[in-house]
Design a protein around this ligand. Sequence first.
Ligand SMILES: [Zn+2]
Length: 398
Amino acid sequence: MEPATVALTQVTALVGDDLAPADGTVVIEGGRVAAVGAVPVPAGAREVPLPGCTVLPGLVDTHVHLGAPDGRGPLALLRALADHLRFQPGRRRAFLAHGVTTVCSLGDENAWVHDLRRRTADGVLAGPRVRIAGPLFTAPGGHPVATVGAAPGDDWVRVPGSPDQAREQVAALAGGEDPVDVVKVVQDRGDPARRTLEPIAPPVLAAITEEAHRHGVPVVAHWGTLPDLAELLEAGADHLQHLEPRGPLAGWPADLLEAMVERGVTLAPTLAVTEALLDAGTARTLRRRVLEFHEAGGTVLAGSDTGMPAVRPGAGLLREIELLAACGLGPAEALAAATTGPARTLGAGAPLAPGAPADLLVVRGDPRTDPGALRRIALVLRDGRPTTRRRPRRGETP
Ligand SMILES: [Zn+2]
């Protein structure tokens, strides 16, 4: 039987809200961090020397989809059924293998994702901690109803027809005994000139955010264009997902940027999901907008939009962190965007400190100065238990 206490020794730990380096030992007891820094190894503890390694909080992916069916038709139904039966073991394993110990599901079938959250929380299923929005709120002519054929009755969308219905639907999710962690809205008019998609009507949007806030639940928003952003800020949305050329390509409007920063509205630009679609110049401009938001005092978060084509679980978040660093944030701030940032603003994940759950990532080298260190994973712990290791790819330093 495994000893109850484990000591990771000869390490540098990145501690607290500012990921401050502390040389020495991380003691883990009963699935939690018991002590960190220049502390003695407790008698009877199993000592694991990891010289040259950095221990940091497990990574948080603030934007994933875990099981929503891709469109309709018999094949999609079969795939959805397989997801339901298997609870995505491959995805759960891949997240952990890349050091991702918490994911935020922003739009999945409500009953299914509640069940997945429960099963991963109590350890029945191995996997990252799952925080959930349940379904996503949209308009009858909005994404994903008008784009990928979600039907208004599907369990992964809510399409309120009035402010009253919106309040009712939010209360059912955010109140009660098993509330969601966040409420997700899609505010997107498509092409800004032609308004190809229908955004949520402002009175309905206001009702959604008010009701969510009444239950103490923050609102995370998918947005596309600047009018979408203005309406979200007006309604009081708390977190923004995506940054597209349809948005502030020509620059941030000063009033919107100021409102975002002043109200502590976070931005997860999900650069990895659009990377392959954009030309180099457009991508560079968007990266500059991320840096401008950061330099204005805004909080940037890391989200991969795993579940979209070409974004792989775990690997997508590591790529997003690299892209955030390349925006000019640098590796240390990019790391904060996937660890202490989500902990502070979303309650997702936790800083490394005594008492915190031992969801930890151990890498070779120093990821504060070398972004490549995040790919040199030595160990991933979830609730203090070692998880499966990822085999290095060809050409990668083991
Ligand atoms: Zn998404």
